[in-house]
Design a protein around this ligand. Structure first.
Ligand SMILES: [Zn+2]
Length: 603
């Protein structure tokens, strides 16, 4: 017996079973009962909330003949007549689902509309579902307008989209619009419990809570994840197993971090991140879990009675809620959300995580980590805004090879009359000594570091690139990604996928050749992105290639290589500046002078 995935097996088959969309169900049920039928419906909402399901139920409601074959239009399709069964199994000739994402052109729509002039073959109504309708080309929309405005009485349009903003107003105005809501985690969790009870599969409530949260409002994703979790847990769902499968970070790590932040303990924060790194837990997952915890804390701070007794995490959240002021909780939550977006930009995710957490310490209201006062020694770091624009030069575009970029390596030597032991200004300075606190900038140019092959790991491995482990497949992948970048054959989002992917296997024997990529960020692992990257790679290699994406911690991506290369060049530039005779003379002249970390720039 073939196994039917849960998302298909438990697709809602009637309005009663459509979970979490009561407002839509009520409106449609009334319309069907009173036979006040509109000719075009538009269902909007994120993926997996039930747009296709509601369309099929509507098609059944319009075409159901009842168990005895004598029924009419009904809000409660019987599910057993030929029409109901054929629509459920996708065989009903008068119900057509067209995916506009892959059929964007005017030809496909014209073909569909050509069919519309014929009366239904077996049913009462023809029902056309155009999914992802916003993807249609303008000419396709125009071709559809006339029929959409005055369709034959036997034709019903159902349009569905995740992005109603992109649907032309002329189309919107001809449709009755319903917004399907993303489902609350609680709703998803309850539904999963029902499904698993029907499947006779044991599941811990904590496991369901994790799955429901990971589904982000999509019931289909929740059921797919549950399928995976059942396979992963060999038939049962434990919280620990699901947590491991999702790569979700144990709540205790988030608790430890929030405690350290509340106490202003930077060392503890760093130690906690080291712990996460050694366990191989994801930085994104950590911030997600922290976000969930902080959100729970904020609710408890505002409404202490909101404590959910059945939630095992609630008492801890209540205890932590007492450690921070409500505005501090809000503040940390906001940094968590923004920090997640920038993790992908960091050379490696853990250094990105450290920066996000240190930002919470640095900017926390109440200033637990105020900078130590150094009134006697003005430094450039005390006034970064004043010095940064002076010292930095516009970076040369990486693809401009004609002019050898003269690296402007810059050192700023802060000079204060009071603290400078040499009373005479050095000859290369103006006669007028600077007033106290003024910052002098000396600009020193040095030879450009020899261009190095990216493949070679840097001699002193900088901390930021420590997680990078070069591999031969990584060499090959970095090479093709760089060629795709040069050919500009991939868009920004697809490039992000390419840059964050580690090539873990290439099967040249397979037809077509299979390239297997490991990608950590779930948001990058979409089929659409993969298809685009696959097309670009096939074009580059001039042969069909199949891309497979797997989840996991990547350790040799083009992004990590670029980060390592940046760090190596930075390191080199700093060495050059330290060894520069002029800089050494300056440093000797002014004992308090120092090179501001980060002010050395390579170009
Ligand atoms: Zn029926």
């Amino acid at each position: 017996m073939s196994y039917l995935v849960l998302a298909r097996k438990y697709r809602s088959r009637d309005f009663e079973a459509l979970v979490g969309q009561e407002h839509v169900v009520k409106a449609l049920t009334n319309a069907l009962t009173q036979q006040r039928l509109h000719h075009a419906y538009l269902f909007t909402g994120t993926r997996g909330v039930g747009k296709t399901s509601v369309s099929r139920i509507l098609a059944k409601a319009l075409n159901c003949t009842g168990p005895d074959g004598a029924g009419g239009i009904t809000a409660h399709p019987c599910g057993v007549c030929d029409a109901c069964r054929d629509i459920d199994s996708g065989r009903f000739v008068d119900y057509v689902e067209l995916d506009a994402a892959s059929n964007r052109g005017v030809e496909e729509i014209s073909q569909l509309l050509d069919q519309a002039v014929y009366k239904p073959v077996v049913g009462r109504f023809k029902v056309y579902l155009i999914d992802e309708v916003h993807m249609l080309s303008n000419t396709a929309f125009n071709a559809m307008l006339k029929t959409l405005e005055e369709p034959p009485e036997y034709l019903k349009f159902v349009l569905a989209t995740t992005d109603p903003q992109k649907v032309p107003p002329t189309v919107l105005s001809r449709c009755l619009q319903f917004n399907l809501r993303p489902m609350a985690p609680q709703t998803v969790q309850e539904h999963l419990a029902t499904v698993l009870a029907a499947e006779k599969i044991d599941a811990e409530p904590g496991a369901l809570r994790l799955l429901a949260r990971a589904a982000r409002g999509s019931m289909r994703d929740a059921l797919s994840l549950t399928d995976q979790a059942i396979a992963f847990g060999a038939g049962s769902l434990s919280e620990a197993g699901v947590r491991q499968m999702l790569g979700a970070v144990d709540r205790s790590h988030a608790v430890r971090l929030v405690e350290a932040l509340a106490a202003g303990q930077g060392a503890e924060v760093i130690a906690a991140v080291d712990g996460l790194r050694s366990l191989g837990l994801s930085a994104t997952g950590t911030l997600e879990e922290m976000g969930a915890l902080l959100q729970q804390m904020a609710v408890l701070q505002a409404v202490p009675d909101a404590l959910d007794e059945s939630d095992p995490d609630a008492p801890t959240a209540a205890r932590l809620a007492g450690l921070l002021a409500p505005d501090e909780t809000q503040f940390l939550y906001s940094i968590v959300l923004h920090g997640r977006a920038e993790l992908g930009l960091a050379p490696d995710e853990y250094s990105g995580l450290v920066m996000v957490l240190l930002r919470m310490l640095a900017f926390r209201p109440g200033g637990v980590a105020a900078a130590p006062q150094r009134s006697s020694m003005p430094t450039t770091s005390a006034k970064p805004a004043a010095t940064a624009p002076v010292l930095s030069r516009p970076a040369a575009a990486p693809s401009a090879p004609a002019v050898p970029a003269r690296p402007a390596v810059v050192a700023s030597a802060p000079v204060a009359r009071a603290s400078a032991p040499a009373s005479e200004p050095p000859p290369w300075l103006d006669d007028e000594p600077p007033y106290e606190g003024e910052v002098l900038a000396a600009e020193v140019s040095v030879r450009e570091p020899e261009p190095q092959k990216m493949q070679r790991p840097p001699a002193p491995v900088p901390a930021a690139a420590a997680s990078w482990v070069p591999t031969p497949l990584g060499d090959r992948w970095a090479e093709v990604v760089s060629q795709m970048n040069e050919a500009a054959s991939i868009s920004a989002l697809v490039r992000e996928l390419a840059m964050q992917a580690q090539c873990v296997a290439i099967d040249e024997q397979a037809q077509p050749t299979v390239w297997r990529l490991r990608v950590e960020r779930e948001t990058l692992r979409t089929p659409a992105q993969r298809d685009k990257l696959q097309a670009a790679l096939s074009e580059l290699l001039k042969q069909p290639v199949q891309l497979e994406l797997e989840a996991g911690v990547a350790s040799d991506t083009p992004a990590q290589r670029a980060g390592a290369e940046r760090a190596r060049r930075q390191n080199e530039a700093e060495q050059i500046i330290h060894n520069d005779p002029l800089v050494q003379a300056l440093m000797q002249q002014f004992k308090t002078a120092r090179i501001v970390p980060g002010s050395v720039k390579f170009h």
